[in-house]
Design a protein around this ligand. Structure first.
Ligand code: SDX
Length: 438
C-alpha cells in the first residue's frame, strides 16, 4: 500500500524493525501537533506478527482533524481553539458547528444551524410509548441506550450513510433530539408529564425547562444556570479517541446506521471508568461523608489489593491538570454563589479531598489530577439534577463529538471495517472426545 495514499501525508522519515532475520521499513508520519506515528499497516504481511497494545495506550487508531489533547501540558483544542476560550466566549451550538464543520460559524451560518437544530427537537410521538415499557426506577442511561437506538426505526430517510444529505439530517436529528429524550427519561422517572421543547429557547434553556417545568405553571429558566449548562456541555463535547468515541467509530466502520452508532457510544460512556465517573464521584463523596474520613479513602485508593479508586481522579492522557476540570471548578463556585449555597458540605469535602490528594506522593508520582468529572456532579446536584442523570447530560454533550468523529470517519476514503487481532493463548487443536468417553 502506498504510504502517502493510506494516510494522506507522505512519510516524514523511516523507522526500521528487525525480527527473525528480516528488517522492514516503518514509515513515520507526522501530524500538525503531538507525537509522530509509525505506520505498521504492513507489519503482519511483512513479518507475520501482530503488535500488542491492550487498552491502546500507544496506538493511534485513525487520523483526525477535530480535537487535540496535550496530556503533559494539560491542553485541549477543538479544531485548534483552546477549550478555555470556547467555554468562555461561545454557546454550545456555536461549538457544535465548529466541531462538525471545522470553523466557527459567522452570524448567518450560526442562525441557519440553530434554526435547523430547533426545528428537529421534537421526537416522533410514538417514541413516548417506549418509556412506558421501562420500570419507573430504570436508570436513565438504560433508557437512553434503548430509545436512541430505536430512532433508527422511525427515521428511515436518514439511515443511508453513503448519502451526504442523509448523514447531515441524521446529525441534526441526533444533536437536536438528545435533550428531548433525556428530559423525557427524567420526567418518566419522576412520574411527571413530558414537556415539549419550545422553539424560542436556546439549547440549554430548552433542556432545563423540559426537565423541570410542569404544565401547571410557567417555568422561568435561571440565566446563570443556563450559562453554566452551556459551558458544561462545551467542556464535554469531544475528547479525541476516548472509549465511547472509539466505540462509535468501530460501530460506524461496519456501516451501521448513525442512530445505532450513537447508541453504542452511550453504552460505552456509561461505565464508571469513563462517563459514569461523574455519578460515581457523587456516590463516593456521599460514602466518604466527612473530611476526617478522607485519609481512610486515600489509603484505600493506594492499596493495590483494594479495587477502590478515587473517582474523578486520573486520566489516560492527562498527566497534568485536565483543563476542563479547571473551568469546571470555576463554574462550580459561580453556580453555588448564584444559588446562594454557601458552605456546601459536599463542595467543601471535594475541595479538601482534592487538596489532600494533590499533596500525596502516590498521586503526585502517578500524576493523578482531578478530571472533568470531579466537579461536574457537584454543579449538577446544586442545579437540582438527580445523580442518575449526570452521565445522560454528558451523553447529550458528547453526541456532538461522536457525530463529528463518525462523519469524519465515514468520509475518509481510506476507511475500512475495524477488526483488531489477538494474541491467542487458548488450547491448541485437540482430538474430539465423544460424550460417552468424557
Ligand atoms: C473520562 O479518555 C478520555 O478522554 C475520557 C474522558 C472524555 O472526555 O472522554 O476524559 C472522560 O472518562 C474521564 C475519566 C473518568 N474516570 C474516572 O474518574 C475514574 C477514576 N479514574 C481511573 O479509573 C483511571 O484514572 C482512568 C480509567 C481514568 C485512567 O486509567 P488508566 O490510564 O488506564 O490508568 P491506569 O488504570 O493504568 O492507572 C495508572 C496507575 C495505576 O497504578 P499502577 O498499576 O501503576 O500501580 O494509577 C493508578 C492505577 O492503580 N490510578 C489510580 C486512579 N487512577 C489511576 N489510583 C487511585 N485512584 C485513581 N482514580
Amino acid at each position: 500500500m502506498d504510504q502517502s495514499e493510506s494516510n494522506g501525508a507522505p512519510p516524514s522519515e523511516m523507522a526500521y524493525l528487525t525480527y527473525n532475520g528480516k528488517t522492514i521499513e516503518l514509515p513515520v508520519l507526522s501530524g500538525s501537533e503531538g507525537p509522530k506515528v509509525l505506520n505498521i499497516s504492513d507489519l503482519y504481511k511483512e513479518l507475520d506478527v501482530f503488535t500488542y497494545d491492550p487498552g491502546f495506550a500507544s496506538t493511534a487508531s485513525c487520523t483526525s482533524n477535530i480535537t487535540f489533547i496535550d496530556g503533559d501540558k494539560g491542553r485541549l483544542l477543538y479544531r485548534g481553539y483552546p477549550i478555555q476560550n470556547l467555554a468562555e466566549h461561545c454557546d454550545f451550538l456555536e461549538v457544535a458547528y465548529l466541531l462538525l464543520h471545522g470553523e466557527l460559524p459567522n452570524a448567518q451560518e450560526e442562525k441557519e444551524f440553530v434554526d435547523s437544530i430547533i426545528h428537529h427537537t421534537l421526537v416522533h410521538e410514538q417514541i413516548s410509548n417506549f418509556y412506558g415499557g421501562f420500570r419507573r426506577d430504570a436508570h436513565p442511561m438504560a433508557i437512553m441506550v434503548g430509545v436512541v437506538g430505536a430512532l433508527s426505526a422511525f427515521y428511515h430517510d436518514s439511515l443511508d450513510i453513503h448519502d451526504e444529505e442523509q448523514r447531515e439530517i441524521a446529525s441534526i436529528r441526533l444533536i437536536a433530539k438528545m435533550p428531548t429524550l433525556a428530559a423525557m427519561a427524567y420526567k418518566y422517572s419522576a412520574g411527571q408529564p413530558f414537556i415539549y421543547p419550545k422553539n424560542n429557547l436556546c439549547y440549554s434553556s430548552n433542556l432545563l425547562r423540559m426537565m423541570f417545568a410542569v404544565p401547571c405553571e410557567e417555568y422561568i429558566v435561571n440565566p446563570v444556570l443556563v450559562r453554566a449548562m452551556e459551558r458544561i456541555l462545551i467542556l464535554h463535547a469531544d475528547h479525541e479517541q476516548n472509549a465511547s468515541t472509539s466505540t462509535v467509530r468501530l460501530a460506524g466502520s461496519s456501516g451501521a446506521n448513525p442512530f445505532a452508532c450513537i447508541a453504542s457510544g452511550i453504552a460505552a460512556l456509561w461505565g464508571p471508568a469513563h462517563g459514569g465517573a461523574n455519578e460515581a464521584v457523587l456516590n463516593m463523596l456521599y460514602e466518604i461523608g466527612s473530611v476526617d474520613r478522607i485519609p481512610e479513602f486515600i489509603k484505600k485508593a493506594k492499596d493495590k489489593n483494594d479495587p477502590f479508586r478515587l473517582m474523578g481522579f486520573g486520566h489516560r492522557v492527562y498527566k497534568n491538570h485536565d483543563p476542563r476540570a479547571t473551568v469546571m471548578r470555576k463554574t462550580c463556585h459561580e453556580v453555588l454563589e448564584e444559588l446562594g449555597i454557601k458552605n456546601d458540605p459536599l463542595l467543601n469535602l471535594a475541595m479538601e479531598l482534592e487538596r489532600i490528594a494533590l499533596q500525596d506522593e502516590y498521586f503526585i508520582e502517578k500524576k493523578l489530577y482531578p478530571n472533568v468529572d470531579f466537579y461536574s456532579g457537584i454543579i449538577f446536584r446544586a442545579m437540582g439534577i438527580p445523580t442518575s442523570m449526570f452521565t445522560v447530560l454528558f451523553a447529550i454533550a458528547r453526541t456532538v463529538g461522536w457525530v463529528a468523529q463518525w462523519r469524519e470517519m465515514i468520509s475518509d476514503p481510506t476507511q475500512k471495517i475495524g477488526r483488531p487481532r489477538q494474541l491467542y493463548r487458548g488450547k491448541s487443536e485437540r482430538k474430539f472426545i465423544p460424550l460417552e468417553k468424557r
